[in-house]
Design a protein around this ligand. Structure first.
Ligand SMILES: [Ca+2]
Ligand SMILES: [Ca+2]
Ligand SMILES: [Ca+2]
Length: 602
């Protein structure tokens, strides 16, 4: 009987969802980056290890005219001597020129202190016919400059696999300064005010790529980008002031992203999207023994999102500081077009996740004079810290999970004014155009939140989260256990009962649609055409919670919404809500038209 009811509910839901789409004209959010069809690498590679100058098969050196001057200012005699020695071997003024000169696998390229603009990559003859569309791998090989300042492409486009086989495999690119910013790759803007380039450095099918001690800044999309690559390390780098990501890795495996500083990016600081789906058959929830990428000892701050991963599968994220973003981190199963859906097996441990309350929507996107609405990218002020969020996500949230088997343990989480963690279900039919009825509950199940320290800083200052845990009551196998609070406080959450513990995790796959449908209006956010979606409160700054919040016995919980009439009531609520959005949307369009008429008349 229960099964029948569930199936009926599921069908009803899919129908509602279909109606929602039809009525409201919601288009599912576009992916933040237009990318070619991508596949996972074979997964037989490994994380590369740093090579010394002596261990390299070949050594190439890149420098600028003023490198000598900069080297003299470096701290430390040994570091200066090392740089001076390399300077005598310098043959290239541009990083791409050195990459093009590589003749042997396992080459080390040393990049000496300087600011690299890579002018030869700006308008090469091969890019003349490029129309701005999706860039296939063939084009990356023949003319990576269409989108990248520096391209490392390791696979022969004419062999059938995506495995690296040319001289660029196992390439190491090493900045030689004292800190990443001593070697800066700067995109920035052209004279006409447009971006110089989409990406800073792209490693494409470049197995074994190792980059260290560099900064890349001001790109239309990403500072660093690793794609279809098995085995890579990005260590000690800064990625900042980019319209999308500080670092993006996509359909890649055996990665390490470490010791980084990523800030002021319009999507996220660190984004391992569609990470290799290596645990898709694993029915255990962490800790893991195999992961696709390890992200450690990074600072991700003042981005729209600190860390994100659409289909962020098997990401091991630990010992990072994630703070002062709009949203601390998210792994999700929302956006279509990402291999490896649904998301699964993130492992988040020993991170400090705090004060993620920065509202870039109000600051820079909404309102008539909003900086992000400037026509020319050069006028927006990215280099001064203007961040233009690419998506509408709940400001004031530590971590948001829409996926399965995520293991969230021993993190320190405080001062996130809306909520510490948010566990959520999204309907695949609505978000990913996946109408297979058996997929409709493919998230969020078997997630565990254990031993997290909530609502106080490492110094012991009481700084509560709005609530510690938001759950939409959906999914099976989810549990919360042994989470710690300040003395005299209780774990706060929005569930009417006690949150299920890991001995007796959640059972009922269909959640509270009132909570779930919060997402729907917010999903219509668009930086340009819908910067302030009606009925979406995610983009408002939540009030700072009082330090009295969460005192034992003062728990505020939502009223239970169950009983036999509930599903129908919820569907009705959903429909009414959606109609509301539609009406509001029509009104707004009308207003805009009126406004245009008025402007014409004037
Ligand atoms: Ca190939
Ligand atoms: Ca190949
Ligand atoms: Ca997956």
């Amino acid at each position: 009987m229960r099964t029948v009811l569930r199936s009926a509910l599921r069908l009803l839901l899919v129908l509602v969802v279909a109606v929602v789409i039809g009525l409201s004209g919601i288009s599912t959010p576009a992916t933040a980056h237009e990318e070619r069809e991508s596949v996972f690498p074979a997964g037989d590679g490994k994380v590369p290890e740093k090579r010394s100058l002596k261990q390299a098969a070949d050594v190439l050196v890149v420098c600028k005219a003023d490198s000598r001057k900069r080297i003299r200012k470096l701290p430390g005699k040994r570091l200066r001597a090392f740089n001076m020695r390399l300077l005598t071997r310098c043959e290239y003024r541009d990083i791409q020129a050195a990459v093009d000169a590589v003749r042997r696998q396992r080459t080390n390229i040393y990049v000496l202190p300087g600011v690299y603009r890579e002018q030869p990559s700006w308008d090469p003859p091969c890019a003349e016919d490029y129309d701005g569309g999706i860039v296939e791998y063939d084009l990356i090989v023949s003319c990576g400059e269409v989108v990248n300042l520096v391209t490392i492409a390791g696979d022969d486009p004419d062999d059938p696999d995506i495995k690296c086989d040319n001289q660029l495999c196992h390439l190491q690119m090493l900045g030689t300064g004292a800190k990443p910013s001593d070697v800066t790759l700067k995109g920035g803007f052209r004279e006409d005010g447009d971006w110089v380039k989409h990406n800073g450095i792209k490693a494409d099918r470049a197995d074994g790529f190792y980059l260290a001690n560099m900064k890349a800044t001001l790109f239309r999309e990403n500072a660093f980008y690793v794609h279809e690559t098995d085995g890579y390390v990005l260590d000690r780098f800064e990625g900042s002031y980019n319209q999308l990501y500080g670092v993006l890795t996509f359909t890649s495996d055996h990665g390490v992203i470490s010791n980084c500083n990523t800030h002021h990016n319009g999507d996220s600081g660190v984004y391992p999207g569609s990470a290799a789906d290596v645990n898709t058959q694993n029915t255990n929830t962490g800790p893991l023994t195999r992961w696709a990428v390890e992200v450690k000892r990074c600072r991700m701050h003042h981005n729209a999102l600190g860390f994100s991963g659409t289909a962020g599968n098997s990401v091991y994220v630990h010992h990072n500081k994630i703070h002062d973003n709009g949203l601390g981190f998210i792994v999700e199963s929302i956006l279509g077009g990402h291999p490896g859906m649904p998301q699964d097996h993130g492992w988040f441990e020993n991170n400090k996740i705090y004060s993620n309350n920065t509202n870039y929507y109000e600051q820079y996107v909404q309102g008539d004079d909003a900086a992000c609405q400037e026509e020319l990218p050069a006028d927006i002020g990215f280099e001064k810290g203007v961040v233009c969020p690419a998506f509408g996500f709940p400001v004031g949230t530590g971590g948001m999970i829409i996926g399965n088997h995520n293991f969230v343990s021993s993190n320190h989480v405080w001062d996130n004014w809306r909520q510490g963690f948010m566990l959520f279900w999204v309907p695949p039919a609505l978000m990913r155009d996946d109408y297979d009825p058996t997929h409709q509950q493919d998230n969020s199940n078997f997630n565990a939140f254990t031993k997290n320290e909530l609502g106080y800083s490492p110094k012991g200052e009481v700084l509560p989260n709005g609530i510690d845990f938001f759950w939409d009551e959906a999914g099976q196998g989810n549990c919360w256990q042994d989470n710690l609070t300040a003395p005299g406080k209780e774990v706060t959450h929005n569930y009417a009962l006690d949150l299920p513990d890991c001995g007796n995790p959640s059972q009922w796959p269909i959640g509270n649609l009132v909570k779930t449908t919060e997402l729907i209006p917010c999903a219509t956010y668009d930086r340009f055409s819908n910067p302030d979606p009606p009925a979406c409160d995610w983009l408002d700054t939540p009030e700072q919670p009082s330090t009295d919040a969460g005192a034992a016995g003062t728990q505020v919980r939502s009223a239970p919404l169950d009983g036999p009439g509930a599903p129908a009531a919820l569907v009705a609520v959903t429909l009414v809500g959606v109609l509301g959005i539609r009406v509001a949307g029509v009104r707004r369009r009308q207003r805009r038209l009126d406004g245009a008429d008025a402007a014409d008349a004037a």
